[in-house]
Design a protein around this ligand. Structure first.
Ligand code: HGY
Ligand code: MN
Ligand code: MN
Length: 432
């Protein structure tokens, strides 16, 4: 009897001690910053600006660095058919579903070193901090570095089973199509459908990310608890006119595709501003053919992007924009056509239970926090289709992002990573 009570008491004390040890663990700020700064050297030019668009040589080199970091942290690493890098760490109970977390390391052209990288290096830092503190979680853990996030959350969409063949033909600024790019990074475009994970495969997904807006930075708030992530739709809009001699064709006889396209750019802005709400619409790319000073442009292809938390709102805005485009084309004696680009991210809400876990963690760690939506797209929005998902935001200086001027301080990155670490530990104790 005495022996049994002693054993019980001993186990209870061990449990309390391990809880106290878990509560005390903190990430290594300097190591995290060092990894961020080293990752930034992959694709860096002489001016110190990094270009690491998905599928570029720089992306390949950056991914190799990240794989090394993951292996050195003791993860068992593999690349799935979509090119996602997945690192696994066993838990105490192999029958439990893994808790997954991660982000992306690819960039937009001329992007910044923090978008995606903070969540990726933060995820690896969580593993290293657990290693340092000798903590084994109950659930297995998975670090996921998603492929080609900036080309329409490709890797996470594949994991959510939302990729069609047309998505493989989308080209990015490297000139590679997704099909070619996926092969370059160790995936297999013909087996993408096998990457899809079922709804009961993961216990949860968490993503740490810079806010990419100025709210946290301007208000001096440490942590953003993300409530939902906007949907994003892209189209190619093509104006076809008639390429003709710019010196001999009178002004009233032209079918100038670029003139019509220019009016369209303004119309997009007017339609978007005509509705109340936080939706946005952008023409971010334009190409005029044949592209010579002495030829009236015969064809213009431009991009159209619309974002909102509501799919209905996106459809309504597109409908109005299309009507305006057709009017402009008619007046300019040109044709217009709209073709969707298969890079759609659906609007997604994060799981309230995970929002609460992030909030409770921020409070325990004594950080100020704020609930907020995300105007940027993220891998978490597709992961939300297959598992309860949550996002942690940290401040981004001046709200600048998709720019080499993007910056998040080492302390803010460490704060967010500590919230990520302790939210994982909290969920590890709470989830089945
Ligand atoms: O474009 C976006 O919103 C994201 O940064 N991929
Ligand atoms: Mn981005
Ligand atoms: Mn990102």
């Amino acid at each position: 009897m005495f022996l049994r009570i002693s054993v019980l008491l001993f186990s209870f004390l061990c449990f309390q001690t391990s809880l106290a040890q878990n509560a005390a663990v903190r990430v290594n700020k300097d190591r995290l910053e060092n990894h961020i700064l080293t990752l930034a050297t992959y694709g860096q030019d002489d001016q110190g600006v990094t270009n690491r668009v998905a599928y570029s040589d720089a992306d390949l080199a950056g991914r190799a660095y990240v794989i090394d970091l993951m292996k050195n942290a003791g993860l068992t690493v593999h690349i799935d058919f979509a090119g996602n890098i997945i690192g696994k760490r066993a838990g105490k109970d192999a029958s439990k579903k893994p808790i997954a977390f991660g982000s992306h390391i690819d960039m937009v052209p001329n992007g910044g070193n923090y978008d995606g990288c903070v969540g990726s290096m933060g995820a690896i830092e969580v593993i290293e901090s657990l290693n340092d503190a000798n903590i084994t979680t109950i659930h297995p853990l998975e670090v996921i570095i998603f492929s080609d996030e900036e080309g329409g959350v490709f890797g996470s969409r594949a994991m959510a089973g939302a990729i069609n063949d047309t998505a493989l033909e989308v080209q990015n600024s490297t000139g590679y199509s997704v099909r070619e790019g996926v092969s370059r990074i160790g995936g297999d475009p013909d087996k993408i459908s096998q990457v899809a994970r079922t709804e009961d495969e993961l216990a949860a997904f968490l993503e740490l990310h810079i806010e990419q807006g100025g709210t946290l930075y301007n208000e001096g708030v440490d942590i953003g608890v993300v409530e939902g992530i906007v949907g994003i739709k892209w189209w190619n809009v093509t104006f076809n006119g008639f390429a003709n001699h710019a010196g001999t064709t009178p002004m009233d006889m032209r079918q100038d595709a670029l003139l019509a396209a220019s009016k369209f750019v303004i119309a997009v802005n007017e339609v978007v501003l005509g509705y109340e709400g936080k939706h946005v619409g952008t023409v971010g790319r334009i190409m005029a053919k044949p592209g010579a000073p002495n030829v009236i442009p015969g064809e213009v292809i431009l991009s159209l992007e619309i974002r909102d938390l509501s799919s209905e709102k996106i459809s309504q805005l597109f409908k109005d924009i299309k009507v305006r485009g057709e009017q402009i084309a008619k007046e300019g004696k040109v044709q217009v056509s709209f073709s969707p680009i298969d890079a759609t991210a659906k609007p997604a809400l994060t799981a309230p239970s995970i929002q609460k876990a992030i909030e409770a963690t921020a409070k325990e760690l004594d950080f100020s926090y704020k609930y907020m939506p995300s105007g940027a797209g993220h891998d978490a929005q597709d992961m939300a289709l297959i598992t309860p998902a949550g996002m942690i935001f940290v401040p981004s200086k001046g709200g600048i992002s998709h720019s080499p001027k993007e910056f998040t301080s080492a302390i803010d990155m460490a704060n967010g990573t500590n919230v990520l670490l302790h939210t994982i530990l909290k969920l590890d104790g709470e989830l089945n």
